[in-house]
Design a protein around this ligand. Sequence first.
Ligand SMILES: CC(C)(COP(=O)(O)OP(=O)(O)OC[C@H]1O[C@@H](n2cnc3c(N)ncnc32)[C@H](O)[C@@H]1OP(=O)(O)O)[C@@H](O)C(=O)NCCC(=O)NCCS
Length: 160
Amino acid sequence: MTKRKGKAKASALQIIAPERGELYSIAVMTKKFFPYTHLSFADIEARVKKDVKYLAARAGGQTVGYIDYSPGEPAKIWGLAVLEEWRGKGIGEALFSRALDEVRKAGAKKVEIITTTDNAPALRLYAKHGFEYDRPYGNQLPGKEVVVMSKELIKATKAK
Ligand SMILES: CC(C)(COP(=O)(O)OP(=O)(O)OC[C@H]1O[C@@H](n2cnc3c(N)ncnc32)[C@H](O)[C@@H]1OP(=O)(O)O)[C@@H](O)C(=O)NCCC(=O)NCCS
């Protein structure tokens, strides 16, 4: 697990809408960190042309992480990953916060994210942002418990 004490923030970090070259790096990360999605570069390009938004993190002259999400209702965050050597520097946090801001701006009242109960870094990040267990997601990954976590973005106001 990434060393967490005394972490240094990634300097000159940019969170940007990816162009084709960055999408290629994102496809490589998707294959590495989420192989079970079977998403190819062409699939990712097709997702971008439809309703899936991608954000890339750039630091040190390279693409070091990404997040993808669909605004909708509920909004859905599909994937979030940072290259191992760039973890623990606030990049996951920056990507996640930005995606949450974007879906909030798009008017979503609720946002969902799928994760596994053994993913301590992800669970901690999501809990820090107020996400809570919502429901089981099914048996998509053998040997793992896959769950949906969610957060209400706009609290219902009480009728007077
Ligand atoms: C989850 C992931 C994106 C975090 O990225 P990161 O850039 O290292 O995260 P940050 O440095 O921005 O840390 C943000 C928060 O994440 C949590 N976190 C990050 N690393 C952690 C670790 N090793 N242990 C526990 N919590 C951790 C913490 O809550 C942290 O905030 P805090 O330091 O204020 O407590 C990264 O570990 C990753 O890419 N994992 C592999 C892919 C993956 O599992 N993605 C999630 C799919 S559901």
